[in-house]
Design a protein around this ligand. Sequence first.
Ligand code: WTA
Length: 658
Amino acid sequence: MVSTQDNSHGVIESLQSEVGSFPAPPAFAEAAQFGPEIYDEAKADPVAFWAKQAKSLHWHKPFTQTLDWSNPPFAKWFEDGEINLAYNCLDRHVLAGNGDRIAIYWEGEPGDKRAISYTELLSEVKRAANLLTSLGIHEGDRVAVYLPMIPEAVISMLAIARIGAVHSVVFGGFSAESLRARIDDAQAKLVITADGGWRKGKVSPLKPAVDDALAIASDAELSVKNVLVVRRGENDIAWEEGRDLWWDEEIALVDNEHTAKGFPAENPLFILYTSGTTGKPKGILHTSGGYLTQASFTHKAVFDLRPESDVYWCTADIGWITGHSYVVYGPLANGATQVIYEGTPETPNWSRWWEIVERYGVTTFYTAPTAIRSFMKQGRAVAQQNDLSSIRLLGTVGEAINPEAWLWYREVIGGGSAPIVDTWWQTETGAIMVSPLPGITATKPGSAQVPIPGISVDVVDDNAKHVGNGNGGLLVVTQPWPSMLRGIWGDPQRFIDTYWATFGDKYFAGDGARLDEDGDIWLMGRVDDVMNVSGHRLSTTEIESSLVSHPSVAESAVVGAHDETTGQAVVAFVILKRNQTVINDGDQASAILKAHVGSQIGAIARPRQIIIVSELPKTRSGKIIRRLLKDVAEGREVGDTSTLADTLVMQTISDKIK
Ligand code: WTA
């Protein structure tokens, strides 16, 4: 079980070290599309508030019922309405006369560029929709998308949505094994991939991982009929006749006429896998109408979006929820102009992002604290080589931002005046839940502050009691919300157990939080076995299972240790098998096991440090006490060891790393 105790160590006091608060700039407040009364309106009748937001979308068939919460925790929003998400993201804007507006300024890592208008994007999505249909993809079928950040990634997602099929986007950094597990779980019929994509100055192959995934797949072999391959890296790849198809060749054969039809609002839109507290990733299921309602509303309100004049850039990859909601659905539903960049921020050097901001006149910039800290390390001069004066609003997501990074972000990137919206949400919540609104809220460095209008959250103790201002506890969502997950793919019981069993009628997010004296929310990190590395969720158990699957490893325990740049880093304690002869010394073990985890899960899961030990700290009942290992990994004095079966174990481990 979770405990509020574990989480209330005095970090918050130092976080709150009187850096003050920053009132909404008058320019924002005066021009604001939403004034403070929006909170009152939403509070008076949250369900009516969401119905009103939903009505700003196009419904093929209008809904008459907003929320059905008769069978909690399974919510239904706008259930009798019919909607097409691609129509809302594209056709609607073209029909309104905005077809010439640029939807995407795309830049490849080698420097190639494309400016794609809404009319062009619509035409490409129509073609892709026809292509999918010609490949036998129908309403409800699952399609896996394993692509770099190229326009075809967005086109694929929207084409899948357009025909009522379900996408499962798998981050390009995941290994063949992780891809296989996801294809298998969703029983995908088609995989859309590329030969390779550009990363850090070279082509990083993708198609070989798909080949491997399908070669080792059990069920996937049966479910996947075709692999559609976008030409991007021009790297050599293997080809399976009959199964593999080139995107460009196939798309040339279909026409660009396609009429979008409406699908029921509760039809599945996508599955996105995320790490949980057990080894097996969870397929988070989102549906259509409610998801788009909240993704588009929050994108408009939190980013104060002006579609006619803003150039918006969210640096997330489409492989994560942030890429789904704030690169694809939110911005496109709102008719925004946005930047998409394929590569890494340091290629060819650390000026790359800021050159892009200057080149396209980016006004609104949304990224992760870990990226900001990486830039801080380079020094402000690097960012200041470019003209960043177009920026008027900044956002962060993925983890709590330390006040020092917040202040640097505002001053160096935001010209000392841009408001920062620190947005708390999750794969499961689908869209932003807690965040300041830039024209209304006086912002506080390090705090995500307040639920957005229409959302009810609380911070409670283990007994579900509101903790009151000045106290810490667990973050919960107390009312259903439109973009909430509808379940875990194929496992309704796990959905109930994971999120609802703790408090019954409240959604338990897995995060610790504290309310300050003003009632503002400060996120304190996960209270479960989920780590947050560079804003990405990793499960300790999943990495432990991966380590133990190596023939030389007997046992392992993984902890997330504080890291200056990445927030947390993976530190693994490993016991080698007594008679194994493969691994000789510590350095070798470390290299071999890091590579093993990298190939099993993906490079993001590679431990920063592997510590070979002869024993692990356990209770008398055999449960590993990770808290003590975390003390060691973070270089602290080891805490209370009285519950250990063998109290000398920690001494041995501490000696080992000195
Ligand atoms: C963490 C990412 C503090 C949190 C959108 C959450 C944050 C997990 C913030 C979800 C924030 C996200 N402040 N912590 N502003 N945003 N988190 O599913 O622990 O990849 O539970 O969704 O990231 O990660 P996920």
